[in-house]
Ligand binder design. Sequence first.
Ligand SMILES: [Mn+2]
Length: 257
Amino acid sequence: MKGFNSNALIDSAFGWRSISVSNTGKVRKINEDSCMENKEQAHWAVADGMGGHHAGDLASQMIINNLSSLRQSADLASFIDQIEDTLLGVNENLYQLAKSRNTVIGSTIVGAVLNKAHILLYWAGDSRGYVFRNMHLSQLTRDHTLVQDLLDENKISLEQARNHPEKNVITRAVGSHQNLFVDCYMMPIKEGDIFIICSDGIEKEIDDMKLESILKNSRSLKQSAEDILDNVLNAGARDNVSFVLIEPVSLNEITRQ
Ligand SMILES: [Mn+2]
């Protein structure tokens, strides 16, 4: 059982390897992103904070600190409830804090939970989740942004979306509104999958085709992580960049070998 984690409590058909990266980038002075890699609980998250005077990093850290104390039980539904309650609690705290400072404080969140043979993704804002399967990258989350809404309503083209003046407008975030609705998506895991959760620092510099080609050409999870960061930094890294790569490992395969 070397080189990957598993947890009998979660009764998973899969073990897992993961790598997290969080980098300030080349332009920003502080890193307002926060990452969580809770290997023991098979729970990972990335939060991308916003707000002046260190409010953004406070927001993303508050989310990650609260999520990191959660413990999985056998029942995934009750764990989803715990995650939602946690995020609603942080939302209320940040919303009141922002009101008292007469400003807006918020943070996106994207998280992943491995449970038995499934992965659960949850998110609010424009942080994303992807799966790389059969050499093909697919986005599993839907951005909560003005530009995504306009795209879905066929009001703008993909080309217009790329250069839209209001590209930064996020329609959901933890702390930005009194109410918060967290989206969830669950799917079965397959041997060979690699899941990515990330802040928008990747997408601002490299497109999905480039990200896919990096994963295609990497021989290990570690190399994938290094190559993604190198490509984002070489492209200018105008924003903080954070991501977690998660690779389920079939326990059946391990025992058979
Ligand atoms: Mn960002």
